[in-house]
Design a protein. Sequence first.
Length: 132
Amino acid sequence: MLAYFSGAPQHLNVEIVSSVEGGKVYVAVYDSPEGFANERFISTASRTLAATDIRTEVDLRLPTEGDYVIAVFQDLNENGTLDRNFFGVPTEPYGFGKLPPSKWRAPEFSEVATTIGDTNRVTIAVRHWREY
């Protein structure tokens, strides 16, 4: 599928702050509610990084200005997935560019989307579910 984007590419600096070191940090960028709901992220804008410190920074290049969900999780055991318990609750730290309104359900795209173009820097605190 070929997507057409109008406008100039945008650069976004993402600072990821965690209370623990270790593992890998996965950064996924979503540009639509459908993509977010189906976990279809923009592969050219998403990254995987080593979490060697409690602060990690990454620069992303986005296709154009607009609304994006920047979703992050810290894979402490490096198995490549966000681990969940029996009830589906994440057991590893995670976060979004915008704080979700509730921890009791998965957020909607519009609830955690950040408007890129208005800002070029986002700080995301990755937390365990119990810390929200």
